[in-house]
Design a protein. Structure first.
Length: 84
C-alpha cells in the first residue's frame, strides 16, 4: 500500500480572494486544486483553442495577480501564494 504524502493532505488556510472562488478553508492542497478546476469548468473558463490556458474572470484575476490568462502550470504557482 502506497503511503500518502502527508504534506499534500495537510489542511491549508485559504486567503479571502481564493475563498471567494472555492469556498472557505482550511482544506488540503489537493482539494483546493480540485475545487478550482470545478469552478473553471462550471464557468467555462478553459481556453477553447489551448486547453492548457485558463481565461480568468474577475474573481480569478485576484488570485492570478491580475493576469487575464494563465497556463495550468503557472496557475498552481499563483494559487500557492494564497495558501498558508
Amino acid at each position: 500500500m502506497a503511503k500518502e504524502n502527508s504534506a499534500f493532505m495537510k489542511p491549508m488556510n485559504i486567503s479571502a480572494d481564493l475563498a471567494a472562488v472555492i469556498g472557505k478553508g482550511p482544506m488540503p492542497r489537493a482539494q483546493v486544486v480540485k475545487k478550482l478546476w470545478e469552478y473553471i469548468k462550471k464557468n467555462n473558463l478553459q481556453d477553447a483553442k489551448n486547453k492548457r490556458n485558463i481565461n480568468a474572470d474577475e474573481n480569478l484575476k485576484k488570485v492570478f495577480d491580475g493576469k487575464a490568462t494563465v497556463n495550468m502550470f503557472e496557475m498552481t504557482k499563483l494559487v500557492s501564494k494564497h495558501l498558508s
